[in-house]
Each structure stands twice: as structure tokens, then as C-alpha cells.
Design a binder for this molecule. Structure first.
Ligand code: BG6
Length: 527
């Protein structure tokens, strides 16, 4: 390994660098859009928190082991706790060992790039920000890093505006010689009004082109593969519209409950936590018009148009939306408590942990096609997929003693077993013609020989270092997304449901969610 400042980055021998061993050619697929990542310093606000431990540090280590971090790179953790850099490194080591493929030979050099500054994120500049500024300058000088710094706010959104303001006060938001970027985590506001306010506050210190609103779903391989599948394969585009597609259903089902996040979840609920960002992004990727180029403006212009078209089809809340909250039950053979019994949750809480929504899109391609979205915690199994269900054939000449021919379905599977599944009809072997539905499976693990797809966060952090905003939500997208869901959120906030809890842990959600789709003559794929 060359000392920081060396011109060529060499991975430790034997380290998997994404399909080739160290010393072989650098993998091109890692550099998402082909631009090398800029030398930079990453500052993590909330460095002692869960997100840093479970996602940020392991993702950085993964990038390092794949030789995708710039040679000149350093991390400065910033938080209130009285930690030292040594302690920060120990915590980082534990999480890297636990969370990702462990490469002991790579650790020492990676760890030498980690530093820690103690300070109060909401305090006056002299209570931390000034020390931070000095440390950034020291680390840059020591490792000969260009003047590029990004700030990752892994803290509650209520602190975003304060941090942006303090950074501006100590002169850390602009650089003549390099760049400054700000990475923020959802939820971006709690409704349209607060999102606009948050933007106004942040944009006093950072411009839109410096702001990276992270939605980790956009870093998942299958989500990006939806775009590749649609726009790099000519076979599907001609049938990708209302003439051939019956409906699209999007499921993000989780087995987990809220764990230790009651404080966050009680205020957030499933619509703000999952629908307003992850599910609407998935829907956009499945439905957008072909962008002209794969870049930040083209792609994001198209996704905004989808939400605008959605806002032209107002939701009738009573008819199109179902909320739920989990009661006790069994998940994978283990008894679990109901939401209201979780630690930190109010006894009579009316926070929804499940939602199912029917939406429409008022545009040329999708007019009349229903979109069914559902997401919930403590459901029967972990399943994240976007399923495109095609219309039936106009005429079936084969005898059908068993009833109608099952529909063709193309499912983009994000979890488990990332891949694409096509369900179609085949002849069952034997005398005569008997129709059976069968599946063709494309699995990442088999096709590309990778056990675990890379962490979504790793790709997105790399994009930040490359200055590529393509996979980050723009302010206008966020605002349109709130417009779609605000009416539901407001209604559900105002009117406490009388039937909560209305689904047992380990089930597929409330009966009303089944009815929502069944009344249209369709059904959820509980695969
Ligand atoms: C997060 C939500 O954004 O996504 C969590 O805050 C949720 O509540 C998680 O569990 C799901 O992400 P993944 O990648 O595990 O499907």
C-alpha cells in the first residue's frame, strides 16, 4: 500500500476488488458513471449513531477494499460524545467486522484515515465547529487532500438547518479551490409545508447542486437495473404501457418491527418512512419516459413528471387507501409483541405501520392503469418487489378445464434474492395440451457470481464523491411526492383509527388491504 499521496492506489493482495483480484484490472462497473471519485474529506455528523455504525463506516470500508475510494481520502466523525479518534476506529472496526466482508490486511491503512472531533452539533461555533474546521485543514495537509469536503448529516432532520447554518458561519460551505457537498437523510420534512421550509433554510447555506438527498433504495442494484432493463433492451419498451400492462404492484414487506426506533417511528409512520420516498421512487423507475441521457437532470426531470401526473389523479382516501398497525403474533416461528407494546410506543398509539394505496397516473402512457403500493412492518416475510402484470391474451384456443390462464408477470425482485423473475405460460409435459405457469429467473448471485450485492450506501457515497446527483432526490421531486401523500397523512393524523391494531404480526396486513385490490378483480402477490 502506498502512503497517502502516492499516485497509484493498490489494494492489499488477495482483497476482492469486485470480480478481479488485486493487481488485476480495476473493475469498471464500480465507477458507476465512469468518473473517478475525487480526493476528499467526509465529515459525518452523528458519528456515534446507528446509521454511521451499520451503514456508513461498513460502506466506506467496502469501497476501500474494492479499491474504489480515492487514494487521498479521510473521514472525520463529529458528535457530542467524548470519544477519541482511537475509540472511533475501534467502533468502526467492530462494525466493519460485523457488517461486511472482513479483510484484516486492509484494516490498518483504512483506519488511519478515520478521525474524530468532539462537539455539539447545535452549539455555538466555538463548541465544536471551529475545532472541526481546524481538523479538516490538518487532515487535508497531512494527507495532501484537495479542498473537497462533504458533510453527511446522519442526525435527526430537525438539526439539518442548524448544522447548515453553523457550517456557513465558520466558512465551511464554499471553497474556491474545490467543492463542498451536503448529504442529508430522509425524511425531508414531514409534509409539503415543512419540506419547503427545510429547503429554504438549507439553501441559505448550500445551493441545490451541492445538496444530496439520499434514498438508499436508489443505490440498490435492481432499482438501477429497472432502468437498464427498460432502456437497454428494445424488446420490452413497445409493450410498456396501458395497452399491454394491466397493473403494477409494489410491495415492500418487512418482517422486522420498529426495534429501538420508537422515538423516530411514532412521529413518522409508514407513509413518511417508506411511501413518500422508497415506494414512490420505485414507481417512478418503473414508469418514467426514456430520459435523453443518464444524468442528474434528464433522469430527475422525468421522475418529477411522473409525480405531476400522479397529482392529476387525486386519491379518494376512503376508497384508495388502507392503514394498519401490527398486533402481536408470530414471525418466522417466534412470538412478537404488537406495536403498542413496543418499548417507547404510546399505549393507544395510532401510528400506522402498514399502508396500502391505489394510485393512478394521468398521462399518455399510463392513463387508466392502477398502481397498487403496500408496505408494512411485521409482515409474513421480507419481500421487496415491483411486479408488472400484463393483460390477458385476447383469445385462448387451448382447453382450460382449470379456469382462466394466469397472467404474465415480470417481477423486479429487490429482496430477497435480487433479480428479475418472468412468469409465463408453458405446456406441461405429457399427452394433450395442459397449460401451466412457470418462471424464468435471473438472479444476480448466479449471473454475476456475487454472493451479496454491494451495499446501496456504498454506491451512493461514491456518487457523492464523483459529484453525480443522478440517484439523489431533487427538491421538486420531494415536494411533488409530499403533494401526492399529504392528504392521506393529514387524514390519518387527524382521525385515529378505531380498529388498530388491525393485523397480526406474521400476516400479510389488514383484511381491508386484500379487499382494496380484490374489489378490482386482482390480488397481491404474496410470494
Ligand atoms: C429505511 C426505513 O429507510 O428503510 C426503515 O427507515 C426500513 O424503517 C428500511 O426498515 C428498509 O430498508 P431495506 O434496505 O432493509 O429494505
Amino acid at each position: 500500500m502506498k502512503a497517502p499521496g502516492g499516485s497509484v492506489f493498490e489494494a492489499p493482495s488477495g482483497v476482492d476488488v469486485g470480480g478481479v483480484k488485486a493487481g488485476g484490472e480495476a473493475p469498471s462497473e464500480g465507477l458507476s458513471r465512469g468518473t473517478p471519485a475525487d480526493p476528499s474529506v467526509m465529515v459525518i455528523f452523528g458519528a456515534t449513531g446507528d446509521l454511521t455504525r451499520t451503514e456508513l463506516l461498513p460502506s466506506l470500508f467496502e469501497l476501500y477494499c474494492k479499491r474504489l475510494l480515492p487514494d487521498r481520502f479521510a473521514v472525520i466523525g463529529f458528535a457530542r460524545r467524548e470519544w477519541t479518534s482511537e475509540h472511533f476506529r475501534e467502533v468502526a472496526r467492530d462494525s466493519a467486522e460485523y457488517e461486511c466482508a472482513w479483510h484484516p490486511e486492509a484494516w490498518e491503512d483504512f483506519a488511519s484515515r478515520l478521525h474524530y472531533v468532539q462537539g455539539d452539533v447545535a452549539g455555538a461555533p466555538e463548541e465544536g465547529y471551529e475545532r472541526l474546521s481546524v481538523e479538516i485543514a490538518r487532515v487535508r495537509a497531512e494527507a495532501n487532500i484537495a479542498d473537497n469536503v462533504f458533510f453527511h448529516l446522519a442526525v435527526p432532520p430537525s438539526l439539518f438547518a442548524t448544522i447548515a447554518e453553523r457550517l456557513a458561519e465558520v466558512g465551511l460551505t464554499h471553497s474556491e479551490a474545490g467543492w463542498r457537498r451536503l448529504v442529508i437523510e430522509k425524511p425531508f420534512g414531514e409534509n409539503l409545508g415543512s419540506a419547503l421550509e427545510l429547503d429554504r433554510e438549507i439553501q441559505r447555506s448550500f445551493h441545490e447542486d451541492q445538496i444530496y438527498r439520499i434514498d438508499h433504495f436508489l443505490g440498490k442494484e435492481t432499482v438501477q437495473n429497472m432502468l437498464v432493463f427498460r432502456f437497454a433492451n428494445p424488446a420490452f419498451e413497445p409493450i410498456w404501457n396501458r395497452n399491454y400492462i394491466d397493473h403494477i404492484q409494489i410491495t415492500v414487506a418487512e418482517e422486522i418491527g420498529i426495534g429501538t426506533r420508537a422515538g423516530f417511528y411514532e412521529k413518522t409512520g409508514v407513509v413518511r418512512d417508506m411511501m413518500q420516498n422508497h415506494l414512490l421512487q420505485l414507481l417512478c423507475m418503473a414508469t418514467i419516459e426514456p430520459p435523453v441521457t443518464f444524468d442528474g437532470s434528464s433522469l430527475r426531470d422525468e421522475t418529477v413528471k411522473i409525480l405531476q401526473a400522479m397529482n392529476c389523479c387525486p386519491i379518494d382516501i376512503e376508497r384508495d387507501a388502507v392503514s394498519g398497525q401490527y398486533g402481536s403474533g408470530e414471525v418466522r416461528g417466534e412470538s412478537v409483541v404488537g406495536y403498542r407494546e413496543e418499548e417507547g410506543v404510546a399505549a393507544g398509539s395510532s401510528t400506522p405501520t402498514f399502508a396500502a394505496i391505489r394510485l393512478g397516473l394521468d398521462n399518455w402512457r399510463w392513463a387508466g392503469v392502477p398502481f397498487y403500493l403496500r408496505s408494512g412492518k411485521r409482515l409474513a416475510r421480507k419481500l421487496t418487489e415491483v411486479a408488472i402484470q400484463f393483460k390477458p391474451t385476447p383469445h385462448v384456443m387451448f382447453p382450460r378445464p382449470d379456469g382462466p390462464v394466469p397472467p404474465n408477470v415480470l417481477a423486479f425482485r429487490l429482496q430477497p434474492e435480487e433479480g428479475i423473475v418472468q412468469r409465463f405460460i408453458a405446456k406441461q409435459p405429457g399427452p394433450g395440451i395442459t397449460l401451466r405457469d412457470v418462471t424464468m429467473n435471473f438472479r444476480y448471485a448466479e449471473a454475476f457470481g456475487v454472493e451479496e450485492p454491494p451495499r446501496a450506501y456504498a454506491w451512493l457515497l461514491l456518487d457523492v464523491m464523483q459529484g453525480d446527483q443522478t440517484l439523489f432526490a431533487r427538491a421538486d421531486w420531494i415536494n411533488e411526492a409530499w403533494k401526492v401523500l399529504d392528504p392521506i397523512i393529514t387524514r390519518w393524523d387527524e382521525r385515529a383509527p378505531e380498529d388498530f391494531p388491525n393485523y397480526a404480526s406474521g400476516s400479510w396486513g389488514p383484511a381491508a388491504a386484500e379487499a382494496l385490490i380484490r374489489d378490482d378483480g386482482r390480488s397481491w402477490r404474496n410470494v
